[in-house]
Structure formats: structure tokens, C-alpha cells
Design a protein around this ligand. Structure first.
Ligand code: NAG
Length: 160
């Protein structure tokens, strides 16, 4: 189990490196809306990039005193992350607790690695990096990999 998690973390890091080297500058795409929904703007307000949420957000609620939020998507969303066909799924409802630079008690986002789905339980932001928590295991990605909000699979627009 522990060995699998270590391998998983290494794969995440390799993925992050390969994406950051191939990621085009989002400013070069004049058609991309920088903040597709109010929920995406909430991410920005709390120090996170909009790419953490897919495009098909159709509602959200935020308790501004506790930070508890609920994001509703039009439908379950699957995103295939290039170049390694690494899968992430978003449930129709995503819950959690957001404060400045920290999302906790996250429920609704999973990544697939080694024939298993791993629920992402929390995300921290340092501005330059995002740290994803899968239980006790963490994986760090450059935030710039998440500068653009992705389209769900089957609705993806071709780019470059
Ligand atoms: C918002 O959170 C506060 C603190 O946890 C709680 O007392 C309040 O009932 C919540 N409001 C709503 C509308 O859920």
C-alpha cells in the first residue's frame, strides 16, 4: 500500500513535469474566458487557479463564514489529462471547505492511477504551486498547469 502510494506520487510528479513543459501560454488563446463562472471567480478570490474546476459548472453555494461550499456541475465530468491519458473525474456535486489558499474536506474529485480511483481530499495553494492531498499522501504541481478551465471529455475543444 505505502509502496503504491509512493509510486503514485512519483507518477504525479512526472506528469506535472511533462505538462508544464508542453503547456501553452493561456494568454495566447483569445477565445478562452479567464473566469467562466462565479464559482471559478471564488477559486481566484481564495488563491486558486480556475483550472481546478471544469467548464460545466451550473451553480454553487458558499457559506462565507464557514467556507463550506457546494459546486454543481451540469453532469459528471471526466477529463483525460495529456500526455499520459491520466484520468480525473468530477462528481455532479463537489463539496468542501475553502479558506485562503486551502481547500479541505474535499469530496467529489478523483484521479485514477494503478487501476484504482483515489479521492482528492484537500488542496493547498502557495501561489506558485498546488499541493494535492490524497489522504496522507501529497503531490505538488505548478499552479500554471491549471490556468485554464478544462472541458469535460467529449466536449473538449481542439487546441493548437
Ligand atoms: C454557515 O456557517 C456557520 C458557521 O459554521 C453556521 O453557523 C451557519 O448556519 C451556516 N449558514 C448556512 C446558511 O448554512
Amino acid at each position: 500500500m505505502a509502496k503504491t502510494l509512493v509510486i503514485f506520487t512519483i507518477v504525479l510528479l512526472l506528469f506535472a513535469i511533462s505538462v508544464s513543459s508542453s503547456n501553452p501560454d493561456p494568454n495566447l488563446n483569445p477565445n478562452s474566458d479567464p473566469a467562466p463562472s462565479e464559482a471559478h471567480k471564488v477559486l481566484i478570490r481564495f488563491g486558486f487557479p480556475i483550472g481546478l474546476l471544469p467548464r460545466n459548472v451550473n451553480g454553487y453555494s458558499l457559506n462565507s463564514s464557514s467556507g463550506e461550499f457546494l459546486v454543481s456541475l451540469g453532469e459528471k465530468c471526466k477529463i483525460t489529462l495529456p500526455p499520459d491519458n491520466y484520468l480525473a473525474t468530477y462528481s455532479k456535486k463537489i463539496r468542501g471547505k475553502i479558506v485562503e489558499n486551502r481547500i479541505a474536506e474535499l469530496d467529489g474529485i478523483s484521479v485514477r492511477a494503478f487501476f484504482k480511483w483515489w479521492g482528492i481530499t484537500g488542496i493547498r495553494s502557495s501561489g506558485e504551486n498546488l499541493v494535492f492531498e490524497v489522504g496522507m499522501v501529497t503531490a505538488k504541481y505548478p499552479s500554471m498547469n491549471f490556468n485554464e478551465s478544462p472541458y469535460c471529455e467529449g466536449k473538449k475543444h481542439s487546441s493548437s
